[in-house]
Structure formats: C-alpha cells, structure tokens
Design a protein around this ligand. Structure first.
Ligand code: 0O2
Length: 215
C-alpha cells in the first residue's frame, strides 16, 4: 500500500496519519541501525557509528520546503514531493565507514533503495559533503503494509560539524551570506576533507600495527 491510499482529504486527520506512519518508519529504521551496529561491533571489534539522530520534519518546515519548490502546501503534495519527511542521520568516524553502513542497509530485504545522492564523491559547490539515500520500508498497520520513504544521511563527524555550521549560517543570512563567509566555509570544507583523509590513513596504520585486516 502507498501512504496516498490512507489520505481522506481531511487535512487535520491526514496530518495525524502521516505523522504516525513516518514516526513508525523512523522507529523501524532506528532499530535496524541499532542491530547492525551491535552486529558490526561483535564481528569487527569496533563501532563504525559515532551517533545517530532522527527527526520528523515539522509542519512549518514541510510548508517552507513546498513553498520553496513553488508548490501548494498540502498533505498530498508533501507525500508526493518530499523525500525527507522522516530523516535519519548517521554520523561515523571515517569516510570508509559511510559506504560500509550504506551497503549494510541496502542489503536488508525490506529496505528498497529509491535514490542515492553521493555528495562525498560529488561534493556540492559550497563544499557540502554527505551520503544521502532515500529508501522505502514497509510499516505494517491493520490494513496491511504501507511503504514509507525515509531519508538517510550518512557523514563523518567532521562533515557533520561543517554542515551544521553552514546550515545555521544559511538560515541566518537566508541564503545571502557575505562572500567572505562563503569563502571561509569553502576553505573549511577543504580542511575538513584533508582532516578526514589523514584520520582515515592514521586509523588504517593503527589497525595494521594491531594486525587487524581492513574489512
Ligand atoms: P533542512 O532544513 O535541513 O531539512 P530531494 O530530497 O532529492 O527531493 P533535496 O531535499 O534538495 O531534494 O535533497 P538533498 O540535496 O539530498 O537535501 C536533503 C537535505 O540534505 C536538506 O534538507 C539538508 O538537510 C541537507 N543538505 C543538502 N544540501 C545541503 C547544504 O548545502 N548544506 C547543508 N548544511 N545541508 C544540506 P532541506 O529540506 O533542504 O533542509
């Protein structure tokens, strides 16, 4: 079933329905990530995940995004056009962990990968780096399974640090920050990239000294 099949046209009721569906999808996804993390820790004796956060996009933020895209604000349009009503962010130590986690999630039978945006291989012009996956997972309700989309963002601590500062600046200046600030952010993105590479190389050297093969 598609979430659209549950839409009645009563916006208040429909909002409750989608919040319930997307909230349930997030619970499922968080449990999956927890299990994978524990299994990974047991097999490889290290934890690739630093921390995980998840959120349901607020009504205000849903409306703002629809307006930004030039669309009418409605539950039906949110369902049709927004991929990130439910979002999970996984923050890792090393770039190599990002792809391991993405593969582990993609291999789950009930996770369908709909779209991948690899802003690590192809950073945005402003320097933004992160690995984004839009997946759908079934939420089992009394009427049957409903396929619900979840956006998963996977990035390193350094990338996350940069993205949260850039996000704050973007909203503070409503996208029109001074050139100096944009240049500084771009420089910081380069430094963060170099830091990620050095930390990864250092970690690999340590693992070799410990006699652990890189998985
Ligand atoms: P907010 O306020 O963080 O929720 P699509 O999902 O493909 O239909 P979208 O949403 O443009 O289109 O996809 P994309 O590019 O994958 O971006 C999804 C989210 O990633 C954004 O959601 C941001 O959270 C984050 N993101 C993308 N680009 C940037 C960036 O340049 N800087 C920062 N700091 N974050 C970014 P929202 O809804 O745009 O914003």
């Amino acid at each position: 079933m598609n979430p659209f099949d549950l839409i009645t046209g009563d916006e208040k009721k429909d909002l409750e329905t989608i919040l319930f569906l997307y909230g349930s999808a997030l619970k499922k996804m968080n449990t999956k990530i927890e299990i994978l993390e524990e299994e990974f820790r047991k097999i490889h004796q290290y934890d690739p995940i630093e921390h995980v956060t998840s959120r349901i996009k607020t009504e205000k933020s849903i409306a703002r995004k629809l307006r930004r895209e030039g669309r009418d604000v409605s539950i039906a349009n949110a369902l049709r056009f927004l991929n990130d009503i439910a979002g999970v962010r996984i923050v890792c130590s090393f770039t190599s962990d990002i792809y391991k986690i993405a593969d582990m999630l993609s291999e789950q039978d009930d996770v369908k990968v709909l779209l991948i945006k690899d802003y690590i291989a192809n950073p945005k012009a402003n320097g933004y780096k992160s690995y984004h996956m839009i997946v759908s997972i079934p939420v089992f309700i009394a009427r049957g399974p409903v396929d619900v989309r979840v956006e998963i963002q996977i990035r390193t601590i350094a990338m996350d640090f940069w993205a949260s500062l850039e996000h704050k600046i973007y909203y503070k200046f409503e996208g029109a920050a001074h050139e100096y600030i944009k240049d500084e952010l771009s420089e910081c993105a380069k430094m963060i990239h170099a830091l990620d590479e050095r930390m990864l190389a250092l970690n690999e050297a340590i693992r070799q000294l410990e006699g652990k093969d890189e998985e």
